[in-house]
Design a protein around this ligand. Structure first.
Ligand code: GRF
Length: 215
């Protein structure tokens, strides 16, 4: 993966423009919305997009007066058409960084080409372990003693991109999937806020899969 363009805050001092994509409750989004209220955070959430209507994530954006949009796969004739439309909708907000925060669809080649190296995703497991939609459940079933969350730069694979940050949580003996996922999400939100802020304020580069802050 090539080195991404620097996010402008690190160059001009203007807040980085961030578009967040969600599919569900949006507690990670809320953490970003709350952090971005402080101008010193260095990032501004300029829009929130979703792949479905009626979700709490979109309501959270509305309550913060952040514009929203929806690109629902069922409204398009093909996955490719959806991918292109999603890229167009995101592009309209001229993002420096796109954050997938509980977005339950894989973005496609159009999207990745348009925003190459500027899309990050948070996954509720310690990559490369337990990729896919059931990270907490797979970790629990395997019997690991620690798991966590990973923030990574999105590539064409499933949860395979260069790692920005990871956070570790214990697995307790009496955990079920829901209790474990909730514990992961507490740590995940903090990781997301801390690292999106750093990406925005400091810029970043990627060499041989290693993500480093700074230009
Ligand atoms: C997060 O754990 C995210 O990593 C996963 O789904 C969860 C979304 O939570 N893909 P929320 O919608 O931010 O509350």
């Amino acid at each position: 993966m090539s080195t991404p363009p620097p996010v402008p805050d690190a160059v001009t001092g203007a807040p980085a423009r961030v578009v967040v994509l969600v599919s569900g409750s949006g507690t990670n989004l809320q953490a970003l919305l709350d952090a971005a209220v402080d101008p010193a955070y260095g990032a501004r959430i300029v829009a929130v997009g979703a792949d479905r209507e009626g979700i709490e994530g979109l309501a959270r954006a509305d309550r913060s007066n952040v514009p929203t949009f929806v690109a629902s796969l069922k409204d398009f004739s093909s996955r490719e058409a959806w991918d292109k439309a999603l890229a167009d909708k995101v592009d309209a907000f001229e993002p420096d960084l796109v954050v997938l925060a509980g977005f339950m669809k894989l973005v496609g080649p159009h999207f990745l080409e348009r925003f190459e190296g500027r899309v990050v995703n948070t996954h509720p497991a310690l990559c490369p372990s337990f990729p896919g939609v059931n990270g907490p459940g797979d970790a629990l079933a395997y019997g690991v003693k620690v798991t966590g969350a990973t923030l990574f730069v999105v590539d064409a694979g499933v949860d395979t991109g260069p790692i920005v940050a990871q956070t570790v949580v214990p697995v307790e003996d009496d955990d079920d999937v829901s209790a474990l996922h909730e514990r992961i999400k507490v740590a995940e939100r903090q990781m997301l806020v801390d690292n999106v802020g750093r990406l925005a304020r400091e810029g970043f580069r990627i060499t041989d899969r290693k993500v480093r802050f700074g230009l």
